[in-house]
Ligand binder design. Structure first.
Ligand SMILES: [Zn+2]
Length: 208
């Protein structure tokens, strides 16, 4: 548990300065080290925590007392970007998911606006007693503005994306809607997903 997450401190920059005199031994070799604490999960830096700190040491005598120029070196040191790795990954992941979702919604709208034979709609419907049911509708035929739909044999009480092994489309009952109806179905949330170009071995191909 101890090592899964926590705070670590690393040196993010080091400066060797040959113009600062050591108060102890009078030589001119001061090393300034800037440290930054950061929060990590499994040693991956998530974000910097706390403020930067600086230490100076004389490379000759190891005296660490000299404070001259500390503020200067502290102020010119920027926190390296890799200490934000976790935050950057998270933002990237969220951005990707948002873009994927926008693309899915766009494609769905495009499919509904331009129906093709064999398109399958996953319908999400709220029943009178406020429970949610799912079923499939399949485009059997399109004539001008009229779209003929087949209903799946089964309906489901939870979200699904493929048909149950005993499900199929019922051939002898055809529902006729207009293309405008389809758009309204989408806007009202009735059409939950649109499947097109699915595999020919899919159960969506089976009509009885
Ligand atoms: Zn010294």
């Amino acid at each position: 548990m101890l090592f899964i997450y926590g705070r670590r401190k690393i040196r993010i920059k080091k400066y060797d300065d040959y113009h600062v005199k050591c108060d102890n031994c009078n030589s001119y070799e001061q090393r300034f080290s800037v440290y930054q604490e950061y929060f990590h999960i499994f040693f991956i830096p998530i974000f910097p925590s706390g403020i930067k700190t600086i230490q100076s040491v004389c490379l000759k005598c190891n005296d660490a007392f000299n404070g001259e120029k500390k503020n200067h070196y502290l102020s010119i040191t920027r926190t390296p970007i890799y200490l934000y790795t976790g935050i950057i990954l998270l933002v990237g992941l969220i951005t990707t998911l948002v873009i994927l979702n926008i693309n899915t919604q766009k494609q769905k709208a495009d499919y509904v606006a331009n129906p093709m034979i064999n398109d399958v709609y996953l319908i999400r419907e709220e029943t009178d007693n406020r429970s949610i049911i799912y079923y499939f509708l399949k485009v059997k035929n399109i004539e001008a503005d009229t779209v003929e739909l087949l209903h799946s044999y089964l309906q489901y009480n939870r979200f699904i994306s493929t048909m149950n092994d005993s499900d199929y489309f019922v051939n002898d009952e055809i529902y006729r809607v207009s293309k405008t109806d389809l758009k309204n179905f989408l806007e009202s949330g009735l059409i939950n997903a649109v499947m097109r170009d699915y595999d020919k071995s899919s159960r969506f191909m089976i009509e009885k």
